[in-house]
Ligand binder design. Structure first.
Ligand code: ADP
Ligand code: MG
Length: 693
């Protein structure tokens, strides 16, 4: 059967094969009223069909459609089979849809329109909204339309509703039967929207139930209850529930130690978040918390405080970073903080010699290393710990959504887990993807930071940009030059970086010390270049995106990003976060001749704001959630109808509904919830698809 080619095997499949759009044939305007610039439906008789050869062996097919008073040209490039089809249809009535444009002689035309011949039996396809379905080779629109119409008419009413009537009425949602019917045969677009929202709600609802159930399950597990209140000092924020007097009486003061440990005063936001983390750690349930903070908001200090608490309560802590460079940077920073306190930090990464590695592993296993820093491999390679109590995952912008669960299995018992992310995830996405986590936001930057000044310059202004950089170098500042992600090929990127390095070193800044950093260098070389730059022995660092995360050199106050339009917004924001880390004014210059409107929009956003949340929202709008999540499409979230940008209000409703339902029936074992449970189970089985590294 032809429908099977579309994966439609059952009536249910057909009902869920939703129209991609509707053609409003209730009132098709006469052709004389057609205006350029609008996507329009047109109807008329095929007057003539011409095929013209163009330069380069291409063919243009032009068909003139007329309704007696007006005309429009339909044209196709290089589709000879269309011509064959059309030749036989001269004089027949057809309907077409597409963007109307003005041709160069002022005539109206539609390029590559959707079209179909009107048959007598289509009479009832008039004066209504006609659904248009996704097709595949050899399956005619009419066949799908007829099948969907019958299914909607005769079977939709029999589809049982998995959602209880009380829930539907509480949220003003129609029944599934009604929605499925109206999605194919709506009388108005409002009806179609109401029907679509019902299905979108349902998708969000299952997603939220899955996340909330996981949250409840973790909550039922027994983890480590760190006795922090016995250590915490008088400054414990009110979010914690500990007996303060007792803490003071016992003399231990974790906050005092934090003060001694950090070279700066914590911001209010950092203090609040540390309080939330410690409060979680004190509870016997495993912590499952996400800390969100824009680049430079000081997440490392929060991690350090969590680790300190774990160590002072007699446990080991681990810190995992997405790259070796970042792991090393963390190890350096943490060692600097913890050494004076007599707490041992050890680094475990791939580049260690076998002997070093064995030593680090032994120290982790016998508890000598109180804090272990490494990449994800730290846990994956089955390093054993003697008493691991806390795992901090610095994910930066990488979502390893379910990785943390795998990790939970590997470690002893149930360590507390703290995930830190620098991607300011729009609230909607946090809810959709991290709905099983508690979320803390560091919504304040350390004091004295001047917002980075960002400029967008065209390639023909490059020399002026170089002059600007030269001035800053003369003042003793350092600079980054970043090369683009050329078609995501690391090899080409490396080459671009090498070329730029050569040019800057020999031609542009002969007076400066210029270093090069890219992903294909040996770890030891990378480390040498990084530490040279950190120590101020290099003035300029030419790099690929390897410097995107974690690199922290406050004296570097200018970043030049070449071919900036080749980067995604989130990535540009991350890159830019490498400057502006000290109290001096920092600059970011984007060099690009943006060729598309979208690219221009992205660069404009970056110039106009340094607020990561606004950038993330814009990114979500421009690119859709899939890109942002690092998974190809929101299909991985099993969302087919629901739209994370358009349907935010529904997501919130669905979350509330999920929480309400689970308070009544935490495991969904009530017989009335069987259908819901089944859906949630099947989507949880699919969750593996979400694991991204
Ligand atoms: P991120 O959140 O991007 O990981 P970091 O933890 O690397 O940020 O901190 C960025 C820089 O700000 C570091 O140089 C750090 O020492 C500094 N910093 C963090 N917190 C404060 C603070 N409260 N006051 C002053 N400087 C701070
Ligand atoms: Mg960081």
């Amino acid at each position: 059967m032809l429908l099977a080619k579309l994966g439609l095997h059952t009536v249910r499949d057909v009902l869920y094969h939703l129209p991609t759009r509707f053609e409003d044939r209730r009132e098709i305007p006469p052709l004389m009223f057609l205006r350029p610039g609008l996507a329009s439906t047109v109807r008329g008789r095929l007057k003539e069909v011409n095929t013209r050869s163009l330069r380069g062996g291409k063919v243009l097919i032009q068909a003139v459609l007329t309704d007696g008073k007006g005309e429009v040209n339909l044209q196709w490039f290089n589709q000879p089979w269309v011509a064959k089809n059309l030749q036989n249809l001269r004089g027949r009535e057809i309907v077409a849809f597409g963007l109307v444009r003005e041709g160069y002689r002022g005539e109206l035309e539609i390029n590559s329109p959707d079209w179909e011949v009107l048959e007598d039996e289509d009479a009832d396809d008039f004066a209504r909204l006609v659904p248009v379905y996704r097709l595949t080779e050899g399956v005619p629109q009419r066949l799908v339309r007829t099948a969907a119409r019958s299914a909607a008419q005769f079977f939709a009413s029999q589809v049982p509703d998995p959602l209880p009537a009380s829930l539907l009425s509480a949220h003003g949602l129609p029944s599934l039967a009604w929605a499925l019917q109206r999605l194919h045969t709506p009388e108005t677009l409002e009806e179609r929207d109401r029907a679509r929202r019902r299905l979108a709600f349902e998708e969000f609802f299952y997603l939220q139930l899955a996340l909330q159930m996981r949250r409840l399950e973790v909550g039922r597990e027994i983890g480590v209850a760190f006795p922090i209140s016995r250590l915490a000092g008088s400054e414990t924020p009110p979010t914690t529930l500990f007996g303060l007097d007792q803490a003071v009486a016992e003399g231990g003061s974790l906050w005092d130690e934090v003060h001694r440990m950090l070279p700066f005063e914590l911001t209010g936001a950092q203090r609040r978040v540390i309080g939330e983390v410690w409060a979680d750690m004190e509870r016997p349930q495993p912590m499952n918390r996400l800390v969100q903070g824009d680049v430079g908001s000081g997440k490392t200090a929060v991690a350090a405080c969590a680790l300190l608490a774990a160590v002072r309560c007699g446990y080991q802590g681990a810190l995992m970073a997405p790259t070796e460079i970042l792991a090393e940077q963390h190890a350096i920073n943490l060692t600097r903080l913890f050494d004076p306190l007599g707490v041992r930090v050890s680094l475990l990464v791939g580049k260690l010699t076998a002997q070093q590695k064995r030593r680090a592993q032994t120290q982790a296993a016998n508890g000598e290393a109180q804090i272990c820093v490494g990449t994800h491999a730290l846990i994956q390679e089955g390093v054993s710990f003697s008493h691991l109590g806390l795992v901090v995952i610095d994910e930066q912008h990488r979502f390893g959504v379910l990785q943390r669960l795998a990790l939970r299995g590997k470690a002893l018992a149930n360590p507390d887990v703290l995930v830190m992310t620098a991607t300011p995830i729009p609230r909607t996405l946090t809810m959709a993807v991290y709905g099983d986590l508690d979320v803390s936001v560091i919504d304040e930057l350390p004091p004295g930071r001047k917002p980075i000044k960002t400029h967008w310059r065209r390639t023909n202004e490059r020399d002026k940009v170089y002059e600007g950089v030269r001035k800053l170098l003369a003042e003793g500042r350092q600079a980054y030059f970043v090369c683009p992600a050329i078609f995501d090929s690391e090899k080409l990127q490396t080459q671009a970086a090498e070329d730029l390095h050569f040019r800057l070193l020999n031609e542009v800044f002969p007076e400066a010390r210029v270093g090069l950093l890219h992903g294909q260098m040996k770890p030891a070389e990378k480390e040498r270049v990084m530490s040279d730059f950190r120590a101020g022995n290099l003035d300029i660092l030419v790099a690929t995106v390897v410097i995107e995360v974690g690199v922290d050199v406050p004296n570097a106050t200018v970043m030049v990003i070449e071919d900036a339009h080749r980067f995604g917004l989130a990535q540009l924001h991350q890159l830019r976060g490498r400057v502006g880390r000290g109290s001096d004014q920092s600059f970011c210059v984007l060099i690009a001749d943006a060729k598309t409107e979208e690219a221009g929009r992205r660069l404009d956003i970056l110039v106009s704001t340094t607020d990561g949340f606004r950038i993330a929202e814009a990114d979500l709008e421009i690119r859709g959630p899939g890109e942002l999540l690092g998974v190809r499409q929101s299909g991985a979230l099993d969302l087919h109808v629901a739209d994370l940008v358009r349907d935010t209000d529904l997501l919130e409703k669905a979350r509330q509904a999920a929480i309400t339902l689970l308070t009544e029936d935490a495991t969904l074992e009530h017989p009335g919830h069987a259908a819901i449970l089944e859906r949630v189970r099947s989507r949880r089985a699919d969750d593996a698809a979400l694991v991204v590294t």
